[in-house]
Design a protein around this ligand. Structure first.
Ligand SMILES: Cc1cc2nc3c(=O)[nH]c(=O)nc-3n(C[C@H](O)[C@H](O)[C@H](O)COP(=O)(O)OP(=O)(O)OC[C@H]3O[C@@H](n4cnc5c(N)ncnc54)[C@H](O)[C@@H]3O)c2cc1C
Length: 443
């Protein structure tokens, strides 16, 4: 069948294996090993590019059972679940019990296996780090068929390489996650307007203690308004809504792929201007349900169809603190001049890097831009890569569909360390993906 990531670019012909039990996963792996056939794991397919694409793809979507939810005496809790469970399923289980996941991405439809493999980050990375920082332990099926539990005390290098390792060290079967306590499902949101990139960076610095922060940035603005943005700060509210008001919201769906021309410089400019004006007029503080705050895009199912049949590329970069202002200015200028920006441009502050060799975050700022896929896009992205590399930045593997091996290796200097750990557990390179082949992670 034809498979792709969330960006619908690229796509590839793949044999999809959908085991329903861990036993069947092991059997399938043994059969593939006997045929010297490579494979890659797939969770919910929410990575954008080719990270979960290969001729053989093994999905963990049916391995989604909860194994144990344990409360500790200090009020915290842990959840052990199979790797195919999604964050949405987990939140529906734990929020009514007064617990929350410490790190959430911009969609709830991500599996635990995918969250570990990409070592995802959220709006609180500057304070709470990546998803893996809250994983107590994970169980990994290795290429030779053995099953290993690893954590920070046991097999630490393998644990660290697996968190952020994009499925290349083995198949995550299950994981034990640390949960945090909350009073209820509501988030206190405060909104600030920044009329330029500089103002936005100053606001981030001023509110560095805010638990959650994210800015929507108008990437088509230029001149003195380059980088004008709306900063959203959030924290868990102590207000507990009555049951009737605590409803999950309804989802609407994009029923078919819209024509690619619908999104162009003019329509996006209109959208961005209206959105900015609307936020300026809104009240500065309000209470929101966590789904609305963390996952606004999940309210529109299949929104990825809006970019037309050729799909789109999400370009997510991080720049170190020192060079962020200069690098972001150059990148935003290029995007604005090319008139190719999107309405989904997001800026976040990231905290210190962890010790995982391929984790994306480092102390600085991450900018995320969506671009409709078209021929003229690739040369522009190559120019952005050059600016990024010059400023000591890197691109997020979970979003990538096209960077060169040289750009990757410049941005991830610990790639050789990762490959040594991979070679020790997967000497025949059983686990490989289109992404791994493109970036030189499959030799
Ligand atoms: C709307 C949207 C918003 C997003 N926002 C954020 C964000 O704020 N922060 C962020 O960090 N990311 C974000 N992402 C990206 C997403 O969190 C990651 O791509 C994540 O890896 C997707 O998980 P998945 O289950 O869909 O994995 P897939 O896309 O299916 O796979 C992703 C990678 O995980 C590996 N993998 C999956 N399951 C397993 C397993 N069981 N064992 C081993 N490897 C496995 C795959 O091989 C692949 O390399 C967003 C994505 C979308 C669509």
């Amino acid at each position: 069948m034809q498979l792709s990531g969330w960006g619908r670019y690229p796509s590839s012909e793949s044999r999809l294996i959908e085991p329903a039990t861990q036993g069947v996963v092991s059997e399938q792996l043994a059969a593939l090993r006997a045929q010297s056939s490579c494979l890659i794991s797939r969770g919910a397919g929410r990575s954008y590019g080719d990270a979960a694409l290969a001729p053989v793809v093994l999905t963990s979507k049916h391995l989604d059972n909860f194994i144990a939810l344990e409360s500790n005496q200090d009020g915290s809790a842990t959840l052990r679940c199979a790797a195919g469970a999604t964050l949405d399923e987990i939140l529906r289980l734990i929020v009514p019990r007064g617990f929350f996941l410490p790190v959430l991405p911009g969609t709830a439809h991500v599996s635990v296996g995918g969250a570990i493999a990409a070592d995802i980050h959220g709006k609180n990375h500057h304070l709470d780090g990546c998803f893996s920082e809250h994983v107590e332990s994970l169980t990994l099926l290795l290429a030779d068929g053995s099953i290993r539990e690893c954590n920070r005390d046991k097999d630490r290098p393998l644990f660290e390489a697996t968190c952020g390792g994009m499925g290349l060290t083995g198949i995550v079967l299950d994981a034990t996650l640390r949960l945090t306590r909350i009073a209820g499902p509501l988030i206190d949101n405060r909104t600030y307007i920044a009329n330029s990139l500089q103002e936005c960076l100053e606001l981030f610095a001023e509110h560095a203690a805010a638990p959650y922060s994210v800015a929507w940035i108008d990437c088509l603005s230029s001149g003195q308004h380059l980088g004008r943005s709306v900063l959203f700060l959030g924290e868990h509210s102590q207000v507990v809504p009555d049951k009737k008001r605590d409803r999950s919201r309804r989802t609407i769906s994009v029923p078919f792929t819209t024509p690619g021309w619908l999104l162009n410089k003019h329509t996006m400019n209109v959208f961005n201007t209206l959105y900015f004006k609307r936020q300026k007029m809104r009240s500065e503080a309000n209470l929101m349900h966590y789904q609305q705050y963390f996952f606004p895009l999940d309210a529109i199912a299949n929104w990825n169809r809006l970019y037309g049949k050729n799909g789109f590329i999400q370009y997510q970069l991080v720049l170190p603190e020192m060079s962020a202002a200069q690098g972001l200015t150059q990148i935003l200028k290029k995007v604005s001049e090319a008139g190719k920006g999107s309405f989904l441009a997001v800026l976040k502050q990231l905290g210190a890097a962890n010790n995982n060799p391929l984790s994306f975050p480092l102390a600085g700022y991450t900018l995320t831009l969506d671009f409709k896929m078209e021929k003229s896009l690739l040369p522009l992205l190559n120019e952005l890569d050059a600016i990024l590399t010059d400023h000591g930045g890197r691109l997020y593997l979970a979003k990538d569909a096209r960077m060169s091996e040289a750009t990757f290796k410049a941005g991830y200097p610990r790639w050789e360390e990762f490959m040594e750990i991979k070679a020790a557990v997967d000497p025949d390179n059983l686990f490989t993906s289109k992404l791994a082949e493109r970036l030189g992670l499959s030799a």
